[in-house]
Design a protein around this ligand. Structure first.
Ligand SMILES: [Zn+2]
Length: 268
């Protein structure tokens, strides 16, 4: 796992944190991870060392509960490999990666530096762990509705994260975008897609509607499905774009690329 994150400072403390003498956490594949779980430390201040000491010494756990701890100054401490199944969201531990922001947000606010570091960390992890599509607060996991963690509104957190992602996508991708025309059974569609790193990205709703496919938009997770198939979509200015081949497969369409006119030709 590469943890060089532009604009953020990551300190690797995996080898130095207190661990249980004999107990060890179980391990998983990266593809088992589905969500990032956001926590607060519920302490006014603290450190990965202090949390690890408490989790091992008082709780008797194999090691610190979290994979990452973000201090108030925005420094990110790397505490467990993502493959480690640590204890932080009960029955959901196997599929969740724990990120703890230091502070007690019942009475304090996370700092701007912490929130910025959290956005950068989650974005970086989602690139390396594409199955980690969702970001939930501790209390949004089954069985934890009454747990006041992370004690700030997760809806706002996710909205800010989406805006952060859109800004990042806009900065990186706009100069590279070449428009792509789309035809379906010989007729040009009014919507256009774009080329990105050699892949045609097509507007999901326009193409699916023209082809009679079923589009589902899952607001909470910003996930788009076509005929029940999950796509590696990108959200740009409020519309979802998906790789042409994935979209064609979900709609059971044949696909052909005409490089002379930059047109994706769909048939079905
Ligand atoms: Zn928590």
């Amino acid at each position: 796992m590469n943890l060089t994150i532009p604009g953020a400072r990551v300190v690797d403390v995996r080898a130095s944190l207190p661990r249980h003498k004999t107990l060890r956490y179980g391990r998983r594949k990266l593809t088992d991870i589905r969500s990032a779980a956001i926590h607060h430390s519920a302490t006014l201040s603290g450190s990965p060392e202090a949390f690890a000491r408490y989790h091992v010494g008082t709780n008797g756990w194999p090691g610190i509960a979290y994979h990452f701890v973000i201090q108030k100054d925005g420094v990110i401490y790397w505490c467990n490999e993502p493959e480690v199944i640590s204890y932080h969201v009960g029955n959901s531990n196997r599929h969740a990666l724990g990120i703890c922001l230091v502070g007690d947000f019942r009475t304090q606010q996370p700092t701007a530096a912490q929130l910025d570091a959290a956005n950068r960390l989650i974005q970086h992890l989602q690139v390396q762990i594409p199955t980690m599509k969702q970001v939930f607060g501790h209390q949004e996991y089954p069985g934890y509705a009454s747990k006041n963690c992370p004690a700030f509104p997760m809806g706002t957190f996710r909205t800010n994260y989406s805006q952060f992602l859109q800004k990042a996508v806009g900065k990186v991708d706009k100069p590279k975008q070449v428009p792509v025309a789309i035809s379906l059974n010989g007729s040009l569609l009014s919507g256009t897609g774009f080329l990105q790193d050699g892949v045609s990205m097509l507007p999901v709703r326009a193409v699916a509607n023209a082809a009679g496919g079923k589009v589902e938009w899952i607001e909470q997770t910003k996930d788009v499905r076509v005929n029940g198939k999950d796509l590696n979509e990108q959200i740009l200015t409020g519309s979802a774009y998906a790789p042409a081949r994935e979209l064609a497969a979900a709609l059971c369409l044949q696909i052909e690329w005409d490089g002379s006119t930059n047109t994706v030709k769909l048939r079905g």
